[in-house]
Ligand binder design. Structure first.
Ligand SMILES: [Fe+2]
Ligand SMILES: [Fe+2]
Length: 239
């Protein structure tokens, strides 16, 4: 059975989730309420799931038409496919993305797009965000999003794990298990490079697109993953 839910973290982060039992994988989209009262969406989810997303948001008092901007972490259906639905509720919605992704989005959707710059802060819908390009994790145009006000990292497919979002376990073990189970990463060297960029930020919360949010032991998880990448690359060289 699939299960849909919406949850709030603190006062300003909403996570809409669809857990697909057949895949044992959850897909989450995030909505950040900025100090000015605007909303920034992170990922749109699939088109077929939009009606449920809209109903879930409404159940917590948010109309899709209030979402003024969407950040697309990379050009992949679960991240961007429902953009036309968002723009049908808010004609002025702007999609922010890596320049390559922004170009592609503008090519296929009639939606306004703006390219982000790597680690250059930008204020969108009243929220200051720092896009961090994480090339090849797992797509060429991948990025994650750091929100300094919330000390929150919206990490897309980094720190992902299988299972429902309310699972509790050893986060590092589950993340490594997911990397090995799915083989979704083209290269651990690129994951290593991405983690080295991420580790300098002061992070209290990690919100992955798949799997539970993480709010403890974050430096240890990042360092544990870095060690995993280093050890795995050493093994590859030795073989
Ligand atoms: Fe992805
Ligand atoms: Fe994903």
């Amino acid at each position: 059975m699939n299960a849909s839910s919406i949850e709030r973290f603190g006062s300003d982060v909403y996570r809409n989730t669809l857990y697909i039992e057949k895949l044992d994988l959850a897909f989450s989209q995030f909505f950040i309420r900025s100090p000015s009262g605007g909303y920034v969406g992170v990922s749109t989810g699939m088109r077929a799931d939009f009606a449920q997303l809209e109903a879930n948001l409404r159940s917590v008092g948010i109309e899709v038409g209030e979402v003024g901007s969407i950040v697309a972490p990379h050009f992949e259906a679960d991240e961007i496919a429902a953009l036309p639905e968002f723009s049908s509720r808010h004609a002025g919605v702007v999609a922010y993305a890596h320049p390559i992704c922004a170009h592609a989005l503008a090519d296929i959707f009639s939606v306004k797009t703006k390219p982000l710059k790597d680690e250059v802060p930008i204020t969108i819908s009243g929220e200051r965000i720092v896009p961090i390009f994480t090339t090849h994790v797992h797509q060429w145009d991948a990025l994650v999003l750091y929100v300094p006000r919330l000390k929150a990292l919206f990490s897309s497919d980094i720190f992902m794990s299988y299972g429902p979002v309310d699972a509790s376990g050893d986060a590092l073990r589950d993340i490594i298990g997911s990397i090995e189970k799915s083989g979704y990463l083209p290269s651990l060297a690129h994951l290593h490079a991405a983690l080295m960029k991420i580790r300098k930020y002061d992070i209290d919360w990690i919100f992955p697109m798949h799997g539970p949010a993480i709010d403890s032991g974050i430096p240890q998880i990042i360092d544990g993953l870095i060690q995993y990448c280093t050890a795995a690359s050493a093994r590859e060289v030795a073989e």
